[in-house]
Design a binder for this molecule. Structure first.
Ligand SMILES: Nc1nc2c(c(=O)[nH]1)N[C@H]1C(S)=C(S)[C@@H](COP(=O)(O)OP(=O)(O)OC[C@H]3O[C@@H](n4cnc5c(=O)[nH]c(N)nc54)[C@H](O)[C@@H]3O)O[C@H]1N2
Ligand SMILES: Nc1nc2c(c(=O)[nH]1)N[C@H]1C(S)=C(S)[C@@H](COP(=O)(O)OP(=O)(O)OC[C@H]3O[C@@H](n4cnc5c(=O)[nH]c(N)nc54)[C@H](O)[C@@H]3O)O[C@H]1N2
Ligand code: SF4
Ligand SMILES: [Mo]
Length: 713
């Protein structure tokens, strides 16, 4: 008899409640849970592919050791001991920073991983930490740290109550929202328009979200900081600034006014690629709406002025009185308050405490920018990285100049990867340790409940048993941490040993229970288990100034780093002409049937028309003799790829668009389905030399490329 179990989709930030059909210990179907008070039955096509990963014949089901080109199974005890021995040996000879760690995106989708990673990190020691943060939301974390005193205190758009939603560089209809947990966002956007609200999308491409908006502004890639400065100018110049009660606990309004005065729309228009009158209209519509929220995501983060743009998004919300107000940008009150926990542990965040060895890029939150990982491995000298641990990441496909990183990984003395797949990155590992996945483990969204547009909580118990040879991420991380500690890892060995033993005694579920008990809502794990559809704790409420973590509980409107960073932008307001007349600017896109680099091995997601295509404007295609479906050769400073073109006016002239996460055709990759739909990698074109100079985040937007018909091989 099939049974129904309730769970949570862990693939993206929407955290949809799902109803899982289980038969004979296997998952036979996944549907949206209509009784979930938050997601109300919404799911996207990816949810049905969760069991594809669980049952994937290519999934790794026991620890594997590479001997040359061959892979052989190895016991857990042997694997953990060997990993710790080899890491400790490298660190003894070359110092702690000689072994690095890269943590990928799925790490934040599992509470065991989130709680376990700091323990492994401490056991490793050293400074060579990298993660997907620096190819993603680092600028937004920096803005939160500098303005609100905590790198994880994100303002979240109150989508359900806003009257005016200004979206820059995000495509929630496809991504299902980011730093904005809002399952069923398409319905929420329709509801916004149905109640007379406005949706405005600023994006170089006419995206799926722009297509349902009241207005689409086709900005020049990297032009957001300039645009926002122009808007701010108009707000002040036309007397539309009304911070209201926020003025009582904000510092720097005068300095901000003076800064804005320097950037009239006429001055920023070229850089933004938006006409002065349009900038004025955007500013007036925003500032005069009864409620409004400005929101930016990947498109404003992964670009040359991402930090400044992220700061200005917050600033615009403050000066128009829309921060911490219903219908504006608000702060979630999560049941398990990781924001407060981090504050209590003294990890509010940090910036620039040290710099990377080769290029001198700044530390952020104890990490270095991923754009510098390859050169830290392939540049000889003291402090060179010789060993690497990768956890739930695929940096060969997800960080700029993945080709260089691919080659660098091949030269490591030792690589350990914790991942269910042998993919473009983990194929270089000497050992792969396979985790439980998806519905095989309990689930609580520590991170995404903290950026949800309502206060919600849901605990899901594992729906099926895992294959016998895999272990929970938590157990793997803790096992490694113990093994490293036994070999001298961890700064204060006795204290660290006690921490590890306490962590093991408690386990993630009881740690979560403690967080709930000491959290802001009267909740326990037991209560959550008795309400498996999830609990709605109500709409977001104003939280300031109490929720601020700055020492004086005041908002810093003009942090020094951003004010100083303006000089670079000012010198770049008239962008240099292209170095070649036929140059085009490359931007990215996400796809409904994909999840960054790792869901392409699900037949149901990749079947149908090719997913990896280069979108190009009809005029640009014609000028190059390219017709729809023809294969183009695309070249940048760092590499070249071949990819079929899709001729469309979704992109403007001069801009081409390619999804990231493809490029599965490399030898040694064990992804049978994905190899048949290999595509090519965006990050073989993205240039690791291009970063936001202010914070080191990767600049992936507007990569100069040339496109031509591929010569027949
Ligand atoms: N050009 C370009 N590059 C980008 C982006 C872009 O927009 N354009 N986006 C960037 C962004 S936002 C992100 S977040 C990064 C993502 O970059 P990464 O995090 O480096 O890569 P993913 O593709 O998410 O790979 C996730 C890996 O985790 C494994 N995995 C899945 N579930 C689990 C699990 O439960 N446990 C463990 N241990 N492993 C698991 C998968 O098999 C896969 O190998 O890419 C970035 N790169
Ligand atoms: N289906 C699916 N959902 C996902 C993912 C996935 O791979 N597939 N990935 C998940 C992850 S890791 C993340 S971080 C989120 C990301 O969520 P989003 O940020 O909503 O997703 P993107 O589609 O990357 O949106 C970025 C937009 O920025 C635009 N853009 C590029 N350059 C610029 C620029 O200079 N200025 C402006 N204004 N816009 C620009 C792009 O055209 C694109 O539309 O999505 C998550 N959800
Ligand atoms: S929208 Fe995200 S959370 Fe919801 S079903 Fe799709 S992948 Fe899962
Ligand atoms: Mo991301």
């Amino acid at each position: 008899m099939p049974e129904t179990r309730l769970h949570t989709c862990m693939l993206c930030e929407a955290t949809c409640g799902i109803s899982v059909q289980v038969e004979g210990g296997r998952v036979t179907g996944v549907r949206g849970d209509r009784e979930d008070p938050f997601s109300r039955g919404h799911v996207c096509p990816k949810a049905a592919a969760i069991p594809d990963v669980m049952d994937d014949p290519d999934r790794i089901r026991e620890p594997m050791r590479r001997v040359g080109d061959r892979w052989e199974p190895v016991s857990w005890d042997e694997a953990l001991a060997e990993a710790a021995d080899r890491i400790a040996a490298i660190q003894r000879e070359h110092g702690r920073s000689a072994v690095g760690m890269y943590v990928g995106n799925p790490a934040v989708h599992g509470h065991g991983a989130i709680l376990g990673i700091p323990l492994l990190s401490k056991a490793l020691g050293g400074r060579s930490r990298f993660s997907a943060t620096s190819v993603d939301q680092l600028p937004q974390m920096l803005a939160s740290l500098e303005m609100f005193g905590h790198q994880l205190l994100f303002p979240v758009p109150d989508v359900d109550r806003t009257g005016h939603f200004l979206v820059l560089g995000a495509n929630p209809i496809v991504s299902n929202g980011s730093l904005m947990t809002a399952p069923g966002i398409a319905h929420r956007l329709s509801a916004l328009r149905a109640r007379g609200g406005k949706l405005v999308v600023v994006d170089p491409r006419r995206t799926e979200t722009a297509a349902v908006a009241d207005r689409h502004v086709a900005i020049r890639p990297g032009g957001d900081a300039a645009l926002l400065l122009g808007m701010l100018h108009v707000v002040f110049a036309e007397g539309l600034s009304r911070p209201g009660r926020l003025a009582g606990f904000s510092d720097g309004l005068d300095r901000l006014t003076a800064i804005a005065a320097r950037f009239p729309p006429e001055r920023v228009s070229t850089r933004a690629g938006v006409a002065p009158e349009e900038i004025r209209t955007l500013a007036r519509d925003f500032a005069t709406a009864p409620t409004a929220v400005c929101y930016g995501r990947v498109g404003i983060s992964t670009q040359a002025y991402g930090a400044i743009a992220s700061w200005l998004v917050n600033v615009l919300n403050v000066v128009t009185g829309n921060l911490d107000q219903p219908g504006g940008a608000m702060f979630t009150t999560p049941a398990a308050d990781v924001v407060a926990l981090n504050a209590r542990l003294g990890t509010l965040g940090s910036f620039g405490r040290f710099a990377s060895r080769v290029r001198g890029l700044p530390e952020f939150g104890g990490e270095l920018p991923s754009a510098t990982l390859a050169e830290e491995i392939d540049t000889p000298g003291e402090g060179q990285i010789r060993g690497l641990v990768t956890f739930a990441g695929n940096p060969v496909l997800s960080t700029p100049n993945g080709g260089r990183l691919d080659r660098a990984l091949a030269g490591l003395d030792f690589q350990l990867s914790i991942d269910p797949y042998r993919n473009e990155t983990t194929r270089h590992a000497h050992l792969i340790l396979p985790p439980t996945f998806g519905l095989e483990r309990d689930h609580y969204d520590l991170v995404f409940n903290s950026v949800a547009i309502r206060n919600v909580a849901r605990y899901a118990r594992a729906a099926v048993a895992p294959p016998p040879g895999v272990r929970d991420d938590w157990d793997i991380l803790l096992g490694l941490a113990f093994a490293l500690r036994d070999r001298g890892g961890g700064a204060n060995r006795r204290g660290f040993g006690a921490t590890l033993r306490a962590a093991r005694a408690l386990g993630p579920k009881r740690i979560l229970g403690l967080l709930l008990r000491f959290g802001p809502h009267p909740l326990s794990i037991g209560m959550l288990e008795r309400a498996p559809h999830g609990i709605d704790l109500g709409p977001l409420r104003p939280r300031l100034p109490d929720r601020l973590f700055t020492p004086d509980r005041r908002i810093r409107l003009v942090p020094k780093v951003f004010e100083e960073g303006l000089a670079r932008l000012e010198a770049d307001l008239e962008p240099a002409p292209p170095s070649r007349p036929d140059e085009l600017l490359l931007i990215g896109r996400r796809q409904l049937r994909g999840n960054n680099s790792w869901m392409h091995n699900s037949e149901r997601l990749v079947k149908g028309p090719a997913g990896c295509t280069l979108q190009i404007h009809p005029d640009d295609a014609a000028a190059r003799g390219l017709s729809h479906g023809a294969v183009a050769r695309v070249r940048s400073r760092v590499g070249e790829i071949r990819v079929p073109v899709a001729v469309t006016d979704e992109v403007g002239r001069g801009v081409v668009c390619l999804p990231h996460g493809w490029g599965h055709g490399r030898p040694g990759v064990a992804l049978g389905v994905a190899a048949a739909h290999a595509g090519a990698s965006y990050n073989d074109l993205a240039d690791e030399g291009r970063v936001d100079a202010l914070c080191g985040n990767a600049d992936l937007s507007g990569v100069p490329v040339t496109v031509e018909a591929a010569p027949v091989a």
